[in-house]
Design a protein around this ligand. Structure first.
Ligand code: AOF
Ligand code: ZN
Length: 372
């Protein structure tokens, strides 16, 4: 006998299987529970183009779906996309009730799935486990609501917030477990971004190396460099690396210094600037969003991270802390820039999750809107 809470527990477990593969689609799990409380069908969405969770669960349930309750973390879709509408399939299967957590913000569904179910005589309930459902699909939901990718800011630092020693060495501040977890975040995100300062100081490759991602969205390695300080011989632009390299700059399209990047296969985006020499980050995110990038991992450095925060464009922060004290007035910090002038204008994190990791800890939280 399955109650609603345990059915949802299973739904989230199933949906979680799609963590590294469903983008640009959401992570969805579905469970069919018959009138006696037995689970007669289960499904999850594997990747864009493959059947939706409800379709898989209904197929497994077969005729046992008649009169059953279907539990799912997202509103069943109402549209013919890469697959036919789940709402119609649920009506056709004769289910009596659908319990789902959230309305699907995709404008092709957005309440229409629920309407189709109701019109077909199926009872609906919305809102159960909504918070957990939000957390699971932060990238998809943020992107569908705003048209830009979900921005996840990450850093690894000493306990006093320094990301390198005073001499600039930064590679081994946090422990191996923290670095592995950071690598796992790269697998979840459709794009990884750093500023020019980080390219010049650390020369990162921004590649995914854990081999977890199986989504259809190409992985973008993005460099923001308003004034064009970097050169094409940096690791991030290597034509041998998988995925696309993007260079976002404020220098005009016709600048001859951009030609070698283009010749090397780099996507050059000459974007408007907010202040002279600085890329309009919202314009960059809109370009990424327009190409189905649902999430972006922002890996520094301090100037670039601060610019994103200042523009109100960061959704989540994950920080790894080492039990290490570096000090130093000139030591690079996770955040630089001009700094927020007051406590009320500074972004604040909510829904904090703190976990020990290796010899340090990880803290993650949602970025709230500043009060002023
Ligand atoms: C569901 N269940 O398992 C998924 C849903 O073009 P398609 O067919 O790949 O559909 C993608 C859209 O369908 C996506 O934007 C989202 O609105 C919904 N995804 N809905 O009921 C699922 N993956
Ligand atoms: Zn569907």
């Amino acid at each position: 006998m399955t109650d609603l809470a345990s059915a949802f527990e299973r739904v989230f477990e199933l949906a979680e299987r799609g963590r590294y593969s469903t983008s640009p689609n959401p992570r969805v799990g579905a469970v069919v529970v018959d009138a006696a409380g037995a689970v007669v069908g289960e499904g999850w969405h594997e990747r864009a183009g493959s059947p939706h969770a409800e379709a898989v669960a209904l197929a497994e349930a077969g005729s046992r779906a008649r009169g059953a309750t279907v539990v799912v973390n997202l509103e069943p879709c109402a549209h013919h996309g890469r697959t036919p509408p789940c709402a119609d399939a649920l009506v056709a299967a004769g289910v009596s009730r659908v319990v789902f957590s959230l309305l699907d913000p995709d404008p092709r569904t957005a309440g229409k799935g629920r309407e189709r179910l109701r019109a077909g005589g199926v009872a609906t309930e919305t809102g159960a486990f909504a918070e957990r459902a939000e957390r699971l699909n932060e990238p998809f939901l943020t992107a569908a609501r705003s048209g830009r990718p979900f921005v996840h800011l990450k850093w690894g630092a000493s306990l006093d917030g320094k990301i390198a020693t005073v001499s600039g060495r930064s590679r081994w501040v946090t422990c191996e477990e923290a670095r592995a977890d950071g690598m796992r975040l790269r697998e979840e995100c459709d794009a990884i971004l750093v500023g020019a300062g980080t390219v010049l100081a650390d020369d990162p490759a921004l590649t995914r190396r854990a081999g977890l991602n199986r989504s259809v969205v190409p992985h973008r390695r993005v460099v923001v460099d308003g004034r064009l300080r970097v050169t094409g011989d940096r690791n991030v632009f290597s034509p041998r690396a998988p995925g696309e390299a993007w260079l976002a700059t404020a220098v005009p399209e016709g600048d001859p210094r951009l030609a070698p990047f283009r010749d090397a296969g780099v996507r050059v985006l000459s974007l408007p600037s907010t202040t002279p020499g600085r890329v309009d980050l919202a314009a960059l995110l809109a370009r990424l969003g327009g190409e189905e990038a649902r999430s972006l991992l922002l890996e520094g450095g301090g100037e670039t991270s601060f610019s994103f925060l200042e523009s109100g464009l960061v959704d989540r922060v994950t920080a790894y802390y080492a039990p290490l004290l570096l000090g130093g007035r000139e030591t690079p910090s996770a955040l630089a820039g001009a700094g927020f002038p007051s406590l009320s204008s500074a972004p604040r994190l909510s829904h904090l999750e703190v976990e020990p990791l290796g010899d340090g800890f990880r803290v993650t939280g949602r970025v709230g809107r500043p009060a002023a």
